[in-house]
Design a protein around this ligand. Structure first.
Ligand code: NAI
Ligand code: MG
Length: 497
């Protein structure tokens, strides 16, 4: 079974999944999906509107009150395991579709994301029969207990940087909890999720349990948020859009969970293993296969003064060694930016950094100037790993999320100063600490105001560990048993004896 069949004109044409049926948008309107490595359309997806969303929510609501809710926990677990197996069978095709659609290096999607998708689904299959309430001993005159119940229909809104792994984390938890879902993938990279719709059907989920509807955020996304029968929205994306969603949910009082952006700091102390730190703060953190389009990108590199010059030199060399090119080539370490508007945004920030007085230690080129006029990728959205030195934390390049392969080095003198700089941000997603001093590591873990802290590691994300931020990086958690709680509410019972 191939998940993607090109139409006679050469474009892959994908459909929504609503109530167990593959269908175009009711309006028949479509959006072009661009291959960012060449800047040309390669597929078409439904441009769905409020009527498509209404049909999907209606199907999810009917499924929730139907056979799905009667299924024992092991039944849900079995279907999730079937799904995990199907994702494993189709991993290489799905990795290729995702890399073609969003430009993320196939080396990363095939070795990282797709194997993780299978594990995430198995993890939540294992969690499905571990939902528990409490008995609470209030008085001998009453028997008091709680049960947890699925919240109902969940709207899941996904960004373009890592569609399938974010889908697995949110949908896996929601289905394990017993919810039904309507998924709205990002308009710039919907193809891998729409292609995977096929797998939900084959896994045996009853119609309407999982619905997938592509379209613009301002139309399809907004009507999903406003729909009165959607009990919860789980969203990953920008802080600006999270604010819009918060305002749009005021009437329905829909529960919200937000995994938003970041401006994460990587703190390198002079006592660190500098070889490990050099790799950890560069290619593992921000000069990634997805060209730094990761919410945890360590875009502020704080370096203790005695090792500042040496580290700047090491990071610049690492940046210069990154192999940029065709994301489908397994030798490629960094693909293009995912779409034109984001490409312009990243290049504008690179220009801004120089205007603000930071100095480019390496990088700065993009497009044809980087790839060469004769290259098949001259029209792609490629940006060189770009590393600014001597930045200040009050510069916009150090305050605003760039979401590209751009990092800035800032020197510091004391541990207190480093922690203060790391925390001086409106965001609070992640922080990296590089040190060989165990006491300092513990002090830093306690002092940084983020949802995730890595010590002598970076961007290590695991399905069993809760993931999310504080401050303007959002609230609620993906992954771990904690994420399951987000799809459940607690009912309290009192029996008078
Ligand atoms: P976005 O937050 O607007 O898009 C994410 C998802 O939200 C997409 O599915 C989109 O269709 C949907 N959406 C947009 N407007 C909506 C609305 N009013 N109601 C409901 N859903 C809506 O992000 P965008 O514009 O694609 O990227 C802008 C910036 O956001 C990036 O430059 C980056 O800084 C940040 N970002 C952060 C991500 C993360 O992983 N935390 C992921 C994607 C973007
Ligand atoms: Mg695309």
């Amino acid at each position: 079974m191939s998940l993607l069949l090109p139409a006679p004109d050469g474009f892959a044409r994908l459909e929504n999944l609503i109530d167990g049926k593959r269908c175009p948008a009711l309006s028949l309107e479509r959006l072009a999906s661009v291959d960012p490595s060449i800047g040309e359309t390669w597929a078409e997806i439904p441009s769905s509107g409020s009527d498509d969303i209404a049909a999907a929510v209606d199907a999810a609501k009917r499924a929730f009150s139907g056979a799905w809710s009667d299924l024992p926990a092991l039944g849900r677990a079995g279907l999730l395991r079937n799904l995990a197996g199907l994702f494993a069978d189709h991993a290489s095709e799905l990795a290729r579709i995702e890399s073609r659609d969003n430009g993320r290096a196939l080396a990363e999607t095939s070795a990282g994301d797709l194997p993780a998708v299978t594990q995430i689904l198995h993890y939540f299959a294992g969690a499905a029969d571990k939902l528990m309430g409490d008995t609470v001993q209030v008085s001998p005159a009453s028997f008091n207990f709680t049960v947890v119940e699925a919240v109902g229909v969940v709207g899941i809104i996904i960004p373009w940087n890592a569609p399938l792994s974010i889908l697995a984390a949110k949908v896996g938890a929601a289905l394990a909890a017993g919810c039904t879902v309507v998924v709205k993938p990002a308009e710039q990279a919907s193809c891998s999720i729409l292609a995977a719709a096929e797998l939900f059907e084959h896994a045996g989920f009853p119609p309407g349990v999982v619905n997938i509807v592509s379209g613009l955020g301002s139309t399809a996304g907004d009507s999903l948020v406003r729909h009165p029968d959607v009990r919860k929205i789980s969203f990953t994306g920008s802080t600006a859009t999270a604010r819009r969603i918060t305002a749009a949910s005021a009437d329905s009082l829909t529960q919200l969970a937000f995994e938003l952006g970041g401006k994460s700091a990587n703190i390198v102390f002079a006592d660190a293993d500098l070889d490990a730190a050099e790799l950890g703060v560069s290619t593992a953190s921000v000069f990634t296969g997805g060209a730094g389009q990761t919410c945890v990108a360590g875009s502020r590199i704080l370096i203790e003064r005695p090792i500042y010059e040496e580290m700047v030199e090491r990071i610049a060399r690492r940046a210069s060694e990154v192999r940029i090119g065709d994301p489908m080539d397994l030798e490629t370490q960094m693909g293009p930016i995912a779409f034109d508007r984001q490409y312009d945004k990243v290049r504008d920030y690179i220009a801004l950094g120089s205007q603000e007085g930071a100095e480019i230690a390496f990088g700065g080129r993009s497009g044809e100037a980087l790839m060469g006029a004769g290259s098949p990728h001259a029209g792609g959205y490629f940006v060189e790993p770009t590393f600014f030195r001597d930045a200040r934390n009050d510069m916009r390049i150090c305050r605003e999320e760039i979401f590209g392969p751009v990092a800035s080095a800032i020197p510091f003198d004391t541990e207190e100063e480093a922690v203060a700089l790391a925390n001086d941000s409106s965001y609070g997603l992640a922080c990296g600490v590089w040190t060989s001093d165990l006491k300092r590591a513990h002090r830093a873990i306690a002092a940084v105001k983020t949802g995730v802290v890595w010590v002598n590691a970076y961007r290590r994300i695991h399905w069993a560990l809760p993931f999310g931020g504080v401050k303007e990086s959002g609230y609620g958690r993906d992954s771990g048993l904690e994420s399951l709680r987000g799809y459940l509410h607690t009912k309290t019972a009192w029996i008078e004896l």
